[in-house]
Design a protein around this ligand. Structure first.
Ligand code: DC
Length: 202
């Protein structure tokens, strides 16, 4: 059984939470494609050349807490504008999407470029202020001191880079369903998504 759920949207909109919950609900495999770009970004921070790092990437070695930092997120967003970096990561993602048993992928270009034939496309978004506040609370929860205004500026800057790049920019596919999570709990967002997926699964 091949069934692909593509989830796109800006940073901290709740895509990962939703994608994981959908994958668990249906017993599908889950790929956080941001980790691929984060791994390349981390490789560049360690002195590597972006395209070479992307071409040599071992996608099975991505479960690494070091990739979750803001510094690596920034580096990921910068390498993600390079067409040859993106090209090096396409085959792995497409193969994952078509694995037997169903797959959920989240990222920025899944419904538009990686899986234009996905069975379900969701575009998960929220206001920049809401997303910055969530990130702030996440950091506060971990005991990390953070500045609200600096986080909002970072969110806006990353949005601008992800949306404004020439290659595979962040945008909703024309046939995607938009879920704005600004005023939704994670459970409410999941409930909307389940209705959409169930309708497609028949
Ligand atoms: O989802 P994330 O925050 O882990 O993604 C980090 C960066 O990687 C993001 O700012 C842009 C890039 N990215 C991308 O260009 N395409 C994807 N499918 C996923 C992430």
């Amino acid at each position: 059984m091949i069934f692909t759920i593509a989830i796109d949207g800006p940073a901290a909109a709740g895509k990962g939470t939703l994608a994981r919950a959908l994958a668990a609900h249906y017993g599908f495999a889950y790929l956080d494609t941001g980790l691929l770009y984060r791994a390349v970004g981390a490789g560049v921070l360690a002195g590597g050349e972006a395209v070479a790092v992307a071409q040599a990437l071992d996608p099975s070695a991505l479960d690494n807490a070091d990739l979750r930092t803001q510094v690596v997120a920034e580096a990921a967003s910068r390498v993600a504008v390079i067409p040859d970096v993106r090209a090096a990561l396409v085959a792995f993602q497409r193969h994952f999407a078509r694995r037997d048993g169903g797959a959920v992928l989240d990222g920025r270009d899944i419904g538009t470029v990686i899986c234009p034939q996905a069975d379900v496309k969701l575009f998960v978004t929220a206001s920049a202020e809401t997303r910055a506040e969530r990130r702030y609370l996440e950091l506060a929860d971990k005991g990390v001191a953070a500045d609200r205004d600096a986080i909002l500026a970072e969110v806006v800057a990353r949005d601008a880079r992800d949306t404004g790049r020439a290659e595979a920019p962040l945008r909703a596919a024309t046939d995607a369903t938009v879920i704005d999570t600004s005023d939704l709990t994670a459970a409410q967002a999941l409930s909307r998504a389940l209705t959409i997926v169930d309708a497609r699964r028949g």
